[in-house]
Ligand binder design. Structure first.
Ligand code: TXA
Ligand code: MG
Length: 340
């Protein structure tokens, strides 16, 4: 299949919506990462998403809306706390898990009786959903296991020939996927951290928990609250090693341990080590979130065999950056300065 490249112009948005109405899969920009969209109510269309990504069929898709009114057709009940969160954070990078309605096919929900709903703030995503008139199921637009794409070029690399079209809406602003939350015992459980942080959610209720699967590897066969926790994620071709320590400790370790094909992922030029090529991903958590996936993909293009990554802080959106990079590294973290 030829994959059509579309712009974010009015005409192209109409063209994208026409393809979606014909049960095709179209990659669309959002403020977090690009999504691989199809009609959430249409089983045949949703199956095409799973095929294009090579995604396990028990991993549910997030359903995207452009209007609060659409929820009543998607969720069977809406928790009170969800309404509070919607008022505060929607449109925006927050996905809320709720009991699903009968209209959402089990293919979309990965066989679960719940559904993740998100109201993106991206204008182009909003217009496309609005023109369709139905909600769009959309996982991140990467091949299963790869870093999520934050621009149309990266989507093309993974999806050319696999989907009907890609809408180019420029760079995704946030750079990491939405915060995923579930409601339990009058509280909020964070299943995947994102731009809407633990601290942000605390402003809605005191009762906010971070699921252990966010920072720990889930055990083989363990019953997880979010199927995505079971799968390998965000892995570039290179082996990634997370180094947790000061800039000085980082430079020391890399100087002693680097070999041919080794690269560094650092906050700024200050951590560079002579003779070891590197990319920076910024000093603030927001910059790190914005650049992380693009940098991981750049390392692939550079033929990196091993990447020493300077471990980010876990505050605010930093928890999301840490959660993603931890998985890229297959949970391989070296705590520097510990044995001194
Ligand atoms: O920012 C985002 O969320 C992007 C953009 C395109 O909206 N989408 C995205 O989708 O990241 P995906 O499929 O790559 O990640 C969704 C995650 C998966 O880990 C999945 O297991 C979890 O959310 N999830 C979805 N529905 C769920 C449900 N009903 N219960 C538990 N976890 C769910
Ligand atoms: Mg994904």
């Amino acid at each position: 299949m030829d994959t059509l490249m579309l712009s974010a112009s009015e005409d192209d948005i109409i063209a994208a919506a026409e393809l979606l109405k014909k049960s095709e899969v179209v990659a669309i920009p959002t403020e977090t990462v690009y999504g691989l969209a199809a009609n959430a109510y249409d089983e045949a269309a949703v199956r095409k998403i799973f095929a294009a990504k090579g995604r396990p069929c028990d991993n549910p898709l997030i359903v995207h809306i452009s209007d609060l009114d659409m929820i009543k057709d998607i969720a069977s009940t809406v928790p009170k706390l969800a309404i509070k969160c919607a008022e505060r954070f929607w449109p925006g990078p927050l996905t809320m898990i709720m009991p699903k309605s009968d209209r959402i096919p089990l293919v979309t929900s990965g066989g679960l009786d719940t559904v993740g709903i998100r109201f993106p703030s991206d204008k182009c995503a909003h217009s496309i959903i609005e023109k369709c008139g139905f909600p769009l199921a959309a996982p991140s637009a990467n091949l299963s296991g790869s870093p999520s794409p934050t621009n149309a070029k990266r989507v093309f690399e993974d999806m050319n020939g696999r989907i009907a079209a890609i809408v180019d809406g420029g760079e995704s602003e946030v750079g990491v996927e939405s915060t995923v939350i579930a409601f339990e015992n009058e509280g909020i459980r964070i299943l995947r951290p994102g731009k809407i942080s633990y601290e942000d959610l605390k402003a809605v209720t005191d009762n906010v928990f971070i699921d252990h699967g966010v920072l720990e590897r889930v055990a083989e066969g363990e019953k997880v609250r979010s199927p995505g926790m079971k799968y390998k994620h965000y892995a570039p071709k290179a082996e990634v090693v997370l180094l947790d320590g000061t800039a000085e400790e980082f430079r020391d370790y890399v100087t002693k341990n680097s070999a041919d094909g080794c690269f560094c992922l650092v906050f700024s030029d200050k951590e560079a080590v002579d003779g070891v090529p590197y990319l920076t991903y910024g000093e603030s958590a927001d910059e790190q979130a914005h650049w992380l996936f693009e940098r991981l993909r750049q390392f692939d293009g550079m033929g990196a065999k091993k990447v020493f990554a300077h471990c980010p802080s876990q505050d605010g959106v930093g928890l999301a950056v840490y959660n993603r990079i931890l998985r890229s590294a297959g949970f391989n973290v070296i705590e520097l300065g510990k044995n001194k």
